[in-house]
Design a protein around this ligand. Structure first.
Ligand code: F6R
Length: 608
C-alpha cells in the first residue's frame, strides 16, 4: 500500500529517496513526500499525485542533506491531498513521521492531544504519532518513539526524524513490513526491498515489536523495552533488472511475457520424472505428517484466491483430500472448523496482505499447521508460516497480478502431486502429470506469440461497458481471474461465472452488446460448454472463445477465437490465463488506462 524509504550516509539523500519512491510507487500512488535534515532542522516537501509531481517540486525547490525519510501514500484516513501527504509534523515542526498502516485509536488520541494544546493540520491518523512523539520527547528520540507507540493501537511501519536528534532515523514495525538495508558506511530503511536494491542486497527484516535506530556510525535493533536485539542479515538474490521494465512499455506486459521462465522457475528442481512426483523440501514435513491431516483449508485474497480455487480442484482431484477455500477476510470473522488436524495453505504473492496474514495467524492459533505459497522471500507470511513453497516468480511490480498467478497454480499442482502420490496416485499417473507440467513453459511461449492477434481483438472491444467470462471445471476460476484482470485495469465491468450458472440469471444480460469470453479447451467438459456457447449465440451475444483445436461443433458460433495448446484438464487454467491477461492488458492500454497503476488500487494490501 503505502511505501517508506529512508537514508543516512555520506551521499545526498534527495536523489536516493526519490529513486526509492519511484520503485515503491507501484505500492500506492496518490501523494508523496520527503523530509530531509538540511543542517538546520527538518525540511519537508510534499505533493499530491504521482512521484513525478514531487520530483518536479524538488527540482524547483531543492533540499540538501544526507539524512532523510520519504513516503508514497495510498489514502486510508483523509483525502489524497497536500496536507494529508506524509511526512506529518508535530506542532513545532521539529519531528517528521512517515507511516504505513492504521492507528485504530487515532481519534481518541487526537482528542487527548488536542486537549493538551496540540494543533493538528491534517485528517490523517499518522499526525497523531508526530504529536505523541513531541509530547513524550525528552532528549532521546528512540525513547520518545517507544513511549508514543506504547499508547497506540493498530498497525504501523514508521520512520521518524527530529531536528533535536539530527543524525538519527528511528523506525518501528508492528503489522506493516519494514527492513533495514546495510550499505558501505550508509544505512537505509524501507518497506520493500525494491526501494533500496540498487544500493544494497544486505538486509535485516524487522519483526513486529522491533525498532531500528540508524545513524552515521551504524545501526541498532532494539525491542520496545529498548533492549538490544541480534538479528540475522539476509542476502537478497533479486537483480536490479528484475525490478526494471527491460524495454517493455509496462511492467504488466513484461511480467506476462516472463511466464515461460517464471513457471519453469517454480518447477525447477522440484519435479521427479522418474517416480512421477514432486520434491518440496520447504514444507518442513515428513510424509507421515503430510498424511496426518483430516482436511485442508486454503485461504487468500483476490487473484491468489482464484489460485486457491484451482488448488482445491487439484488437491481433491488428485489426492482425494477434502479441501475448503476461504476468503481470508471472511475466514477471520466467522468460526471455521480448524483443528490441529487441519492443514492451512496460505497463498500470497506479497506475503504481506493484512487479511491473509491475520487469517493464517488465526488458523495457527487454533492449532493448524500453516504452509505459505509465497513469492516475496522474507515476507511476513513466509517467515511466520510453518513451511511452504516459494514460487520464485521474481518481483511482481505491475499491480495486476499475472506471473504470480501462473506460478501459484504451478506450486499448488506440485503440492497436489506430491500429496496424491502419498495417497495412492499411481506412478504412471504421476509421470503423465509430470510430463504435462514440463511442457507448460513452451506452451506459454507459444501463446505469447499470438499477442498481436489478441491485440487486434482488443481493438474491437475497447469501447464496451460490460464483459462476461464463462468457464467450467478448472476453468471456472480462470473465468473469475480473467474478469478480475479486465475490470481492475480497464475499469470495464466484468463478471466471471461457471458457464452453466449463466442460465440462472446472467443470461438476462445477453444481447448483441455483451461480449462473452468462453474458456473452451478440449477438456472433459467441452461438450457442456459448447451448449453454453450455443445459448449465448441464440441470444445474439458476441462470443470470444479460447479453444485448443478446431471444433466442428463450434463452426459459425465464434465471433473471435484464440487458440491455446492442448494440455491435461488440470493445467488448462494456467494456459488460459495468459491470453486473458493479454486481452485485458491491450484493452486497458487502448482505453488509455495506466495499467501498472490502476486507480484506487495498491499492490500489497497491508490494511484490513
Ligand atoms: C489482482 C491482485 C490482487 C491480489 C490480492 C492478494 O490482480 O493483484 O487481487 O491478488 O490483493 O495479494 P497477495 O497475493 O499479495 O496476498
Amino acid at each position: 500500500m503505502c511505501g517508506i524509504v529512508g537514508y543516512v550516509g555520506p551521499r545526498l539523500a534527495t536523489p536516493l529517496l526519490l529513486e526509492g519512491l519511484k520503485r515503491l510507487e507501484y505500492r500506492g500512488y496518490d501523494s508523496a513526500g520527503i523530509a530531509i535534515m538540511n543542517g538546520n532542522g527538518v525540511e519537508t516537501r510534499k505533493a499530491p499525485g504521482k512521484i513525478s509531481e514531487l520530483e518536479a517540486l524538488m527540482t524547483a525547490s531543492p533540499v540538501h542533506g544526507t539524512l532523510g525519510i520519504a513516503h508514497t501514500r495510498w489514502a486510508t484516513h483523509g483525502a489524497p491531498n497536500f496536507v494529508n501527504a506524509h511526512p506529518q509534523l508535530d506542532c513545532e515542526e521539529r519531528i517528521a513521521v512517515v507511516h504505513n498502516g492504521i492507528i485504530e485509536n487515532g481519534s481518541a488520541l487526537r482528542q487527548a492531544l488536542e486537549d493538551l494544546g496540540h494543533t493538528f493540520r491534517s485528517d490523517t491518523d499518522t499526525e497523531v504519532l508526530s504529536h505523541l512523539i513531541e509530547e513524550t520527547y525528552d532528549g532521546n528520540l528512540e525513547e520518545a518513539v517507544i513511549e508514543a507507540l506504547s499508547k497506540v493501537e493498530g498497525t504501523y511501519g514508521i520512520a521518524v526524524v527530529s531536528t533535536d536528534d539530527p543524525n538519527k532515523i528511528v523506525a518501528a514495525r508492528k503489522g506493516s513490513p519494514l527492513l533495514v538495508g546495510l550499505g558501505e558506511g550508509e544505512y537505509f530503511i524501507a518497506s520493500d526491498v525494491s526501494a533500496i536494491l540498487a544500493h544494497t542486497r544486505q538486509v535485516i527484516y524487522l519483526d513486529d515489536g522491533d525498532l531500528a535506530v540508524l545513524d552515521r556510525d551504524g545501526y541498532r535493533i532494539i525491542d520496545m523495552n529498548a533492549s538490544p536485539l541480534t538479528k540475522d542479515v539476509a542476502s537478497i538474490d533479486w537483480d536490479l533488472d528484475m525490478i526494471e521494465r527491460g524495454g517493455f512499455p509496462h511492467f504488466m506486459l513484461k511480467e506476462i511475457f516472463e511466464q515461460p521462465d517464471t513457471v519453469k522457475n517454480t518447477m525447477r528442481g522440484r519435479l521427479l520424472p522418474e517416480t512421477g512426483t514432486a520434491k518440496l523440501g520447504g514444507l518442513n514435513m515428513t510424509s507421515e505428517e503430510l498424511l496426518s491431516f483430516d482436511n485442508i483449508l486454503i485461504t487468500a485474497c483476490g487473484t491468489s484466491w482464484h489460485s486457491a480455487l484451482i488448488g482445491e480442484f487439484l488437491i481433491e482431484d488428485l489426492a482425494r483430500s477434502p479441501v475448503e477455500v476461504e476468503y481470508a477476510s471472511e475466514m477471520r470473522y466467522r468460526n471455521p472448523i480448524i483443528t490441529e488436524k487441519t492443514l492451512c495453505i496460505v497463498i500470497s504473492q506479497s506475503g504481506e496482505t493484512a487479511d491473509t496474514l491475520a487469517a493464517m495467524r488465526e488458523a495457527q492459533r487454533r492449532g493448524a499447521r500453516a504452509l505459505g505459497i509465497v513469492n516475496v522471500v522474507g515476507s511476513t507470511i513466509a517467515r511466520e508460516s510453518d513451511g511452504g513453497i516459494y514460487i520464485h516468480a521474481g518481483p511482481e511490480i505491475g499491480v495486476a497480478s499475472t506471473k504470480a498467478f501462473s506460478s501459484q497454480v504451478t506450486a499448488l499442482a506440485l503440492f497436489a502431486l506430491k500429496l496424491a502420490r502419498l495417497r495412492g496416485l499411481t506412478e504412471l499417473e504421476g509421470k503423465h502429470i509430470v510430463e504435462a507440467m514440463q511442457k507448460l513453459p513452451d506452451q506459454i511461449a507459444e501463446i505469447l506469440e499470438t499477442a498481436p492477434a489478441i491485440e487486434e481483438i482488443a481493438e474491437q472491444f475497447k469501447d464496451v461497458t460490460n464483459f462476461l467470462y464463462l468457464g467450467r471445471g478448472y476453468n471456472f476460476p480462470a473465468a473469475l481471474e480473467g474478469a478480475l484482470k479486465l475490470k481492475e485495469i480497464s475499469y470495464i465491468h466484468a463478471e466471471g461465472y461457471p458457464a452453466a450458472e449463466m442460465k440462472h440469471g446472467p443470461i438476462a444480460l445477453i444481447d448483441e452488446n455483451m461480449p462473452v469470453v468462453f474458456i473452451a479447451p478440449h477438456d472433459s467438459v467441452f461438450d457442456k460448454i459448447v451448449s453454453n456457447i450455443h445459448e449465448v449465440k441464440a441470444r445474439s451475444g458476441c462470443v470470444i472463445a479460447l479453444t485448443s483445436r478446431s471444433e466442428p461443433a463450434l463452426a459459425g458460433k465464434l465471433d473471435y477465437e484464440i487458440r491455446i495448446p492442448e494440455t491435461i484438464d488440470m493445467f488448462t487454467p494456467i494456459l488460459a490465463s495468459v491470453p486473458l491477461q493479454l486481452l485485458a492488458y491491450y484493452i486497458a492500454v487502448k482505453r488509455g488506462a495506466n495499467v501498472d497503476q490502476p486507480r484506487n488500487l495498491a499492490k500489497s494490501v497491508t490494511v484490513e
